[in-house]
Design a protein around this ligand. Structure first.
Ligand SMILES: *Cc1c(COP(=O)(O)O)cnc(C)c1O
Length: 394
């Protein structure tokens, strides 16, 4: 099938919820993807911060093939080894005592909200059910997660949303204290906001949220769906802040490109949940969990994480050194970087296609760089060279 045939078919039959790039990708290797016309693109999107180990990683492919010939899916009616091993590794690598598995970031946040409400319900009664989320946040598209994602474009046509969600100003403790109360069961925050424009929380803000939650007997949820699992140079983004949550949601890179989400939690939260209280048909199937275990084994190595931190700092410096009048600010942590632009970010994304780069925005005027964590220095140099050429041409 030709490129145009594929695009026509898709536009006729797939629900039109995506504005897609004008080519068809059919192969990937490391940090590179190739379209059906043979063009190569350096992938600085990584499937939206998903493909942490790049494309077609031979180690992951071997684990996947091995498990594919063994057992794919049996549901959570039965015990399976990859899920049990993965749960132990996630707990041993974090503050958590227990894990609930699901299939996406939005679903992980829905789960966290339900666990927080059950915890508050059991300990304090049904009036303690409010959830506090923040301006600029993105927690997903399902109804609960959407209520905590205060963007008019995403919410307007879908009201009524989940009631009981309050929005506070991000990185503003005084404004947050003003909406806190004893009726709050949970506060959810991204330690580094992704979709909202790559805004790291300040250390004082996260520490202050911990205090506010403790004072009001509320649970603190960190949404690390995008910033977690090595992206910022520590396994969990909050480890760079020294503040510990009660629950943490993870997803995007967890199974290297297969769908998986997880809610990590302390025993104090876990103990309120009993058989039948929540569940998922597909979650942590042997196939997906086996790959996730291999991903976690690779990322959770001190040398790997130190390399992400070092490469992130270098890439940030090189971006600043471009000294383009079109770049007005650069921020981020590790390999999760944002550059505010004096032009629409979509202009740069589109120019990227002509220069062999996959790029993504985070809001209308912010360019986001979230390449595979395995990007090499040579590939970073190529990226900077191509970005320089793009900014020259605009
Ligand atoms: C992408 C994202 C989500 C939603 O994840 P899906 O898998 O698309 O449901 C939630 N929170 C954050 C921070 C995200 O970046």
């Amino acid at each position: 099938m030709s490129r145009n045939n594929i695009i026509d078919l898709e536009q006729q039959y797939v629900l039109g919820t995506y504005a897609r790039a004008p080519f068809v990708l059919d192969r990937g290797q490391g940090c590179w993807v190739f379209d059906t016309d043979g063009n190569a693109y350096l992938d600085c999107v990584a499937g939206i911060a998903v493909n942490a180990l790049g494309h077609a990683d031979p180690g992951l492919a071997a684990v996947l093939a091995e498990q594919a010939g063994t057992l794919w899916h049996v549901s959570n009616l039965y015990h399976t080894a990859p899920q049990a091993r993965l749960a132990r590794k996630l707990c041993e690598s974090s503050f958590a005592d227990r894990v609930f598995f699901c299939n996406s970031g939005a679903e992980a946040n829905e789960g966290a909200f339900k666990f927080a409400r059950k915890w508050a319900h059991d300990h304090f009664g049904p009036d303690k059910h409010a959830i506090v989320a923040f301006s600029g946040a993105f927690h997903g598209r399902t109804f609960g997660a959407l209520a905590a994602t205060p963007r008019e474009k995403y919410q307007a046509a879908f009201r009524p949303l989940l009631p009981g969600v309050r929005i506070a100003p991000f990185n503003d403790l005084v404004g947050t204290a003003a909406v806190m109360g004893d009726d709050v069961c949970a506060v959810i925050v991204e330690p580094v906001q992704g979709e909202g424009g790559v805004y790291p929380a300040t250390p004082e803000f996260l520490a202050g949220l911990r205090e506010l939650c403790d004072r009001h007997h509320a649970l603190l949820i960190f949404d690390e769906v995008q910033c977690g699992l090595g992206r910022t140079g520590t396994l969990w983004a909050h480890q760079g802040y020294g503040v510990t949550p009660d629950l943490l949601t993870a997803a995007k890179p967890l199974a290297g490109g297969l769908p998986m989400g997880a809610v990590l939690m302390t025993e104090a939260v876990a103990e309120v949940m009993h058989p039948g209280d929540h569940g998922s048909t597909f979650a942590a199937s042997p196939l997906v969990a086996a790959v996730a275990e291999a991903v976690l084994d690779r990322i959770n190595q001190p040398e790997f994480l130190a390399d992400v931190a070092a490469k992130g700092a270098e890439l940030k410096e090189r971006l600043e050194e471009l000294n383009s009048p079109l770049i007005t600010a650069v921020r981020g942590r590790g390999l999760m970087l944002g550059a505010d632009l004096a032009v629409p970010a979509s202009d740069v994304v589109n120019a990227g296609y002509r220069h062999g780069l996959l790029l993504i925005n985070a809001g209308p005027n912010t360019l986001r760089l979230v390449p595979p964590l395995v990007i090499t220095r040579a590939e970073m140099a190529l990226l900077i060279g191509r970005l320089g050429a793009i900014f020259q041409s605009l």
